[in-house]
Design a protein around this ligand. Structure first.
Ligand code: AMP
Length: 543
């Protein structure tokens, strides 16, 4: 016997419909790339998203086509997402911080037919355009007055392009399992891999994220997603906020302490989300400006890499703000766990409370977790035993775009996160290490393997290893460890000069040390854990 309830496909554009009809006048406030603060609302966002959909269709973009977006957080980017998905096309966020070769590779792999870009990235795209073979048109997210001279193919100012359509358009209806969005993982080993979100996974994920034990947004909230929409599905805030009817504050390109404070204060933001580096910059700004307070801010979501204890403590003790430490991955849409307090942990003293807050918290309904040994055997949740962290759920990837990477689930349908973790008896998970040795700098990934491969190309180098060492601002920065060839004496300058231009500038190691040998595992791999222990106290020259 089947249930007799309606078949209401979980389509992403229903979220903006809900926001427009139930919270239509709620503001979306953006720091525009052109400069001024622009205020719009959910009703207008929906109207303009309908125009985006109609206008895309006029350009021949349709079901299943990928539309790249290279843009900061702002109202036009938000409209674009909903317009794209509203005709069954797929938004594909491009991370401008990647090395240009990687961006080109990703655009071609995804087969983006149209790219919507902020003014900021026009010069970058002009350099790459000759190689972006699938792209037929570039829509610059600005108006005619700010439209630059450009060599980009069929380039048009977004506002001019949009004016060629009206909002007399109905969303297209289709299966909820249709692709809605794409985001590539940063590819620590091999090429980046495309994660493909469906309408269903995006909608379910937002419902999960709005659980009060998770982000728990409400219509009374003013949420500022500092985390860019091009990071791990934008932590899904472009969906969870309109679903809740919360006011949105979009910071645009400016993420320094003063700019973030200005937006928090001026728009009475109650909740915000970003990687630890952003909060370190904000706290530093506040320290230098003692008159600046945070009377409106109630909670900040911090994830992407481990949140330092001092950040959680300062927010609590000085500003009366609760840190929600979160763990997630691009492959998880991205939320895996959030550290909110269950009743068992409600009445802890201040230090014990901070201990719990150092974990990444517990999973919502919709994320099943387990830790296993290398043979896949489940390990106990005793807060001590650590194992491979694996997850499954309706918003967890089951494979990558075009089947890259092959089978990624175990026999029970769990995805191996590549992280190593412990879980306590109440379900609080703690990341112990990453099985990949990626370096997280300001929330971005730096591949240690790529850097090593380049460094060993230097004529005087026998072996190279790169590890992340602590940096007060960027969380981690790469340290290059070199074993010189016998009889050779390369210096720091010659190595860094050699690497320059082969990777993005911010990937370059902050320092180089020379050693007689690098520790190895039994199978000849570099033993990163030992190396990290050896350089635990290492002070980078710019730290
Ligand atoms: P990404 O897909 O770029 O979001 O990166 C996901 C990875 O970031 C995870 O597999 C973890 O290794 C790491 N990560 C995310 N959040 C945290 C956190 N709160 N603490 C430690 N590592 C984290």
């Amino acid at each position: 016997m089947l249930g007799l309830m309606q078949d209401w496909p979980l389509l992403m554009h229903r979220i903006i419909d809900h926001a427009a009809f139930n919270h239509g006048a709620r503001k979306v406030i953006s720091r525009s790339v052109e400069g001024p603060i622009v205020t719009t609302d959910y009703r207008t966002i929906r109207e303009r998203a309908l125009k985006v959909a109609k206008r895309l269709a006029k350009d021949g973009i349709g079901f299943g086509d990928r539309v790249g977006t290279l843009a900061w957080n702002g109202y036009r980017h938000l409209e674009a997402w909903y317009g794209i998905v509203g005709i069954g096309a797929v938004y594909h966020t491009l991370n401008p911080r990647l090395f240009p070769d990687q961006i080109a590779w990703i655009v071609n792999h995804a087969g983006d037919r149209l790219i919507m870009t902020d003014l900021t990235f026009v010069p970058l795209l002009e350099k790459l355009a000759g190689r972006l073979t699938s792209v037929e048109r570039y829509v610059i997210l600005t108006d005619a007055a700010h439209m630059p001279e450009t060599t980009l193919k069929n380039a048009v100012a977004y506002e001019t392009w949009l004016a060629e359509a009206d909002d007399d358009f109905a969303w297209v209806e289709f299966d909820e399992n249709t692709a809605a969005g794409m985001c590539y993982t940063s590819g620590t080993t091999g090429d980046p891999k495309g994660v493909v979100y469906s309408h269903r996974s995006n909608v379910l994920h937002s419902v999960m994220a709005n659980n009060p034990d998770m982000l728990g947004l409400a219509s009374r909230d003013v949420i500022m997603p500092v985390v860019p929409m091009f990071h791990a599905n934008g932590w899904s805030l472009a969906l969870t906020a309109p679903m809740a009817g919360a006011t949105m504050v979009m910071p645009g390109a400016k993420m320094d302490g003063a700019s973030i404070y200005d937006m928090l204060d001026r728009h009475a933001v109650t909740c915000s989300a970003a990687v630890p580096t952003v909060w370190l910059m904000l706290l530093q700004y506040l320290e230098q400006n003692p008159a600046a307070r945070l009377p409106h801010l109630k909670r900040v979501v911090i994830g992407g890499s481990a949140c330092p204890r001092a950040v959680t403590q300062t927010f609590r003790d000085v500003y009366d703000v609760e840190v929600l430490h979160a763990w997630g991955m691009t492959e998880l849409s991205p939320l895996g766990t959030v550290c909110s307090m269950k009743p068992e942990y409600q009445d802890l003293d201040k230090e014990a409370w901070l201990d719990v807050k150092q974990t990444t918290g517990h999973a919502p309904f919709g994320v099943d977790m387990k830790i296993t040994d290398d043979d896949g055997k489940r390990l106990p949740w005793d807060d001590k035993t650590f194992g491979r962290l694996k997850v499954r759920g309706p918003a967890v990837a089951k494979s990558y775009f075009k089947g890259d990477g092959g089978r990624i689930l175990d026999d029970d349908g769990y995805f191996d996160t590549g992280d190593v973790a412990t879980i306590d008896p109440y379900g609080y998970m703690r990341i112990v290490d990453r099985s990949k040795d990626v370096i997280k700098s300001g929330g971005e990934w730096i591949s240690s393997i790529d850097l090593e491969n380049i460094a060993v190309g230097h004529p005087d180098v026998a072996e190279a290893a790169v590890i992340g060492v602590h940096h007060p601002k960027w969380d981690e920065r790469p340290l290059l460890v070199i074993v010189p060839k016998a009889g050779r004496t390369p210096d720091r300058h010659s190595l860094l000069t050699f690497m320059e231009g082969k990777v993005a500038r911010w990937w370059l190691p902050d320092d180089v040390v020379f050693v007689a040998e690098i520790p190895h595992t039994a199978t000849g791999k570099i033993l990163k854990t030992a190396l990290r222990a050896q350089f635990k106290e290492y002070k980078l020259p710019n730290a």
